[in-house]
Design a protein around this ligand. Structure first.
Ligand SMILES: [Zn+2]
Length: 293
């Protein structure tokens, strides 16, 4: 199965980005096209995919990012300061209808537009910055600092104990939804250390072994890299921290299977297919089934 927000067909022209002449050439290419956005949200065309428009007639004052090549044609997105997106849970329905490669392309574009909008001034000296490197960096002329789009690593994990996994529920989740636990990796921390810390902080369980499963770029509301893991824990005794989670529960293979199948009698409603927590549950079930044979 494809992990949400991965699999974009964009050919990233990363080596060409410092070359301003190449950028101008792509801009003048008659096949060049611009990604249509509603604020930061995707605009779906009649065929159900992303909407692209011609570059002609655009305001030359608006900065552009060269996303890369799509089917051989240069693909751009415009930088619109102040653009906002819909809340994540609202947007999920629209994303579920988009073809996976389009969702991945939009995710990258959204992350870039949002990053530019929040980095218009130099974090070092405070002067205004301008887009450079085909829109994949910003430069501050007075202090010559270059700033690059950031992505924040987040661990997302299932604790595992004797054939069951731990899922938790935040108060903001839709009714009956439970998901994997998650948290930002802090500076000076490894993936394994962040997994162990978050599991202990949120659910009071101690990780004894952490294994990496998969990763996912996640553009909502900022740019994160979701790093999915499974952590064996020494006990199934849960102590909730009372802040992030309102409930957490252990679920066996049959419970996870029923949840992923959409069974109304399942012990919980899983996160949507775009979320890597859904992929993580699916892969855990697959592996646990294989081990049980
Ligand atoms: Zn500066």
């Amino acid at each position: 199965m494809t992990i949400g927000f991965t699999g974009s067909p964009l050919v990233r022209l990363d080596r060409e980005r410092p070359d301003d002449a190449a950028f101008a050439r792509h801009l003048a290419d008659p096949r060049a096209r611009l990604l249509a956005l509603d604020g930061l949200d995707p605009v779906v065309d009649a065929a159900g995919g992303l909407t692209w428009t011609a570059l002609t007639g655009r305001d030359p004052a608006i900065e552009l990012v060269l996303l890369g090549l799509l089917d051989g044609a240069p693909a751009f997105v415009a930088l619109t300061p102040g653009a906002r997106g819909k809340p994540m849970f609202t947007l999920m329905q629209a994303l579920a209808a988009l073809p996976a490669p389009d969702a991945a392309t939009w995710g990258a574009a959204r992350s870039l537009v949002d990053w530019h909008a929040r980095h218009r001034f130099c974090g070092r000296c405070g002067a205004p910055t301008e887009a450079v490197r085909a829109g994949w960096a910003r430069r501050c002329a007075p202090c010559v600092a270059e700033h690059y789009p950031r992505t924040d690593p987040v661990v997302i994990m299932l604790a595992e104990h004797e054939g069951r996994v731990l899922v938790g529920r935040q108060p903001r989740y839709p009714a009956r939804r439970y998901s994997a636990l998650a948290g930002f990796i802090e500076v000076g921390e490894s993936i394994e250390e962040a997994v162990a810390r978050e599991l202990f902080e949120e659910a009071g369980v101690r990780a004894t072994r952490v294994r990496y499963v998969a990763s996912q770029p996640w553009p909502l509301p900022f740019s994160q890299l979701m790093i999915a893991c499974v952590a064996e824990v020494e006990s199934d005794r849960i102590t909730l921290d009372g802040e992030e989670l309102e409930d957490a529960r252990w679920v066996d293979r049959d419970g996870v299977r029923a949840a992923l199948a959409g069974d109304p009698d399942a012990p919980f409603v899983p996160p949507p297919p775009y979320a890597i927590a859904n992929s993580l549950l699916t892969r855990w079930l697959h592996d646990a089934d294989a081990r049980a044979v």
